[in-house]
Design a protein around this ligand. Sequence first.
Ligand code: SAM
Length: 268
Amino acid sequence: MPIFLSQVNRQTRLQYWSGIYVPCVQKLPNNINPLDSTKNGTKQLEGEDELMSYMAAYGAHHYHKLQAAFLNANLGILHNRNIEIVDWGCGQAVATAILLDFLLAKEIFPIINRITLIEPSNDALQKGLSYLEKILIGNNDIGVSVRQVCNYLHEVSDSNVKSSAETVKIHLFSNILDIASVELDNLYQLVIRTNQGINKFICTGPYNPKRCRIDDFRQRFSKEYTLEDEFCSDQRLAHPYWKLGNNKSPPYSEYNITRYEQQFTVRL
Ligand SMILES: C[S@@+](CC[C@H](N)C(=O)[O-])C[C@H]1O[C@@H](n2cnc3c(N)ncnc32)[C@H](O)[C@@H]1O
């Protein structure tokens, strides 16, 4: 059953910043250092405290990085189109949640035929699904339209992620391509085997002076296909976020956020 963004109840729906990020900061027990409990964001998360820690430590950075990316993604063309969202290494579905928030705020209403969440931590996956349900209030049974793939990327089979050739696919790679254990060539082959038609890739990550892995991934496509709507940025952002030791209630102070981003569209 498709998800109609136009049907979302915009009065009662959860918003990412006020409804997910800020409550995680505020509920985080004072004796937990979120950087330690998530091993600086690299740990495969288990249990409420670790999930909350990740959101408190990184939820604002990802929000600001993705908002900046979506502003340059020409998403207006998705209005009234049939789309699918694929969130690779989704964690708590942060990237999908922020994308939905962005589309709703801009009144861009695509028809979402399916959301695919791929993530090895079942705790993170279930938390992500519960966030999406609260954002998409007004659409019944959204669970039916969300395909959950609880696996590492190298374990994902074609049938787990195969999409429809008729939809526009939005592929979200948020803070995942930099992870050394993600095999880029396997991932590229999986993506091109399973996604015919129009595919939009939005890849974000921390600033890395060598930038090699996000660029390597993009280059695999550019060698074989014509890329459109290309956009790349490593410009720092300055936005508010909570830091350990500061007051947990907003407004938060503004700090620099470093990032690297590549976007492109390709017809496969
Ligand atoms: C830095 S977090 C990013 C999560 C989410 N995309 C975000 O932006 O918040 C990295 C995520 O990738 C997952 N992960 C780690 N290695 C993976 C792999 N080989 N395949 C798929 N996911 C992986 C982790 O469980 C974690 O949720």
